[in-house]
Design a protein around this ligand. Structure first.
Ligand SMILES: Cc1cc2nc3c(=O)[nH]c(=O)nc-3n(C[C@H](O)[C@H](O)[C@H](O)COP(=O)(O)O)c2cc1C
Length: 358
């Protein structure tokens, strides 16, 4: 069974859905002594199986597969209730999605496309993907956006898999502990990509990663991986001092040769056109941090917290922007310290971060 203690380098390569996480990147991180991750979100189950098989041809070390816990399967709370998000399927929710559809209509017209029908209960192939990670004996399975159901955690444990759950505060960490997590990824405010709040509408707090780690340590004895803005050994050392057993890094790996991020994404991180990041719901309805580009400027103030529907609406727009090499229409996910991301091989980055442990 996988154990953090067995890692030569206490560094987890963050799962990065949407292209950056390739088998080559996951294997490079694992081969350097860390724990590489594959991102199952937005992939078909067949693609996930192929990614796992390919990763196994590149490394014989453990790696993780990450799944989004959509509201329909989230054991943290009933789907879509409470807060400022009207329940999935309610007339109010449908009206909110219809409003955002109208907001995006001119953008769709510009590309000559129709925005798709939305499905609030979509789970992104949850059952099929779980079957794959179980059947293929994936050693580590990590979850984002909530708590997987008890039978899922039990099934993974029966197969000997280690279960990682993501938490953005101490209450979510306590829930992860109570629901069978073996390791908690504590995601702080500087993180790139989606915030892993267990409720869609929640605005995560601004406590520093170090303060967050201390608060989480007070509610659980589980090993912790610290994530968010860790771009060099100084940040990693701070996280280890604050009680983390590992660091999880995403943005730092985006420009590596092994990363599958679009060239426009890699180039934008290198600076010039975009100078800051912004936390926005405009791409998917869930809060996520990306380089502040034209899409965010146009739609951030009009976006609503309807996930996954808003992501379904913007997906074809983002695909068109990608085809047109238009960085201004892409979700350029990035953590606050994106300027430190460099083009080095992933193994060098892992080794540099791991050195902070000594
Ligand atoms: C491009 C990108 C995609 C991401 N996709 C996922 C994902 O699919 N699953 C997940 O658990 N976290 C995802 N994250 C968040 C990371 O797990 C992690 O919390 C974050 O990268 C840490 O902050 P950093 O980017 O400053 O290192 C993503 C982050 C980025 C930058």
């Amino acid at each position: 069974m996988f154990s953090l203690q067995d890692l030569g380098a206490p560094v987890i390569g963050a799962p990065m859905a949407g292209g950056p996480s390739t088998p080559a990147l996951a294997a490079a991180v694992s081969n350097a002594g860390g724990l590489g991750s594959l991102a199952a979100a937005y992939r078909t189950p067949e693609d996930v199986a192929a990614d796992i098989a390919r990763t196994r041809t590149l490394t014989d070390r453990p790696f993780a597969v990450n799944l989004f816990v959509h509201a329909a399967v989230n054991a943290a709370r009933p789907a879509g209730t409470g807060g400022s998000v009207p329940a999935a399927g309610s007339a109010e929710r449908e009206a909110a999605v219809a409003r955002y559809r109208a907001v995006l209509a001119p953008e769709a017209a510009r590309y000559g496309i129709e925005l798709p029908a939305t499905d609030a209960s979509a789970t992104d192939g949850w059952d099929a993907k779980l079957e794959i990670v179980l059947d293929l004996d994936v050693p580590v399975v990590s979850f984002m956006f909530g708590i997987p159901p008890a039978d899922v955690v039990e099934a993974l444990h029966r197969r000997g898999a280690v279960v990682i759950m993501t938490a953005t505060d101490d209450a979510e960490a306590a829930a992860a502990d109570a629901h069978g997590a073996d390791l908690i990824c504590v995601q702080g405010p500087l993180a790139g990509g989606h915030r892993g709040t267990h409720a869609v509408e929640k605005t995560p707090g601004r406590r520093s990663l170090e303060a967050l780690l201390a608060a989480v340590r007070a509610v659980t004895d589980l090993p912790l991986a610290a994530a968010g803005g860790i771009s060099g050994p100084g940040h990693a050392a701070q996280a280890f001092t604050a009680g983390a057993q590992a660091v999880q890094v995403g943005t730092a790996l985006l420009r590596t040769p092994e990363s599958g991020a679009l060239p426009e994404h890699k180039d934008s991180l290198a600076g010039g056109r975009y100078t800051e990041t912004r936390l926005t719901r405009s791409f998917t309805g869930r809060l996520a941090r990306g380089l502040r580009n034209g899409f965010i400027d146009r739609y951030d103030s009009l976006a609503r917290a309807a996930f996954p529907e808003d992501g379904q609406l913007t997906a074809p727009l983002r695909a068109r922007a990608a085809a047109a090499h238009d960085a201004d229409g892409l979700a350029l996910w990035a953590g606050v310290n994106f300027a430190d991301a460099c083009q080095e091989p992933a193994a060098d980055i892992v080794r540099r971060l791991a050195a902070a442990r000594r």
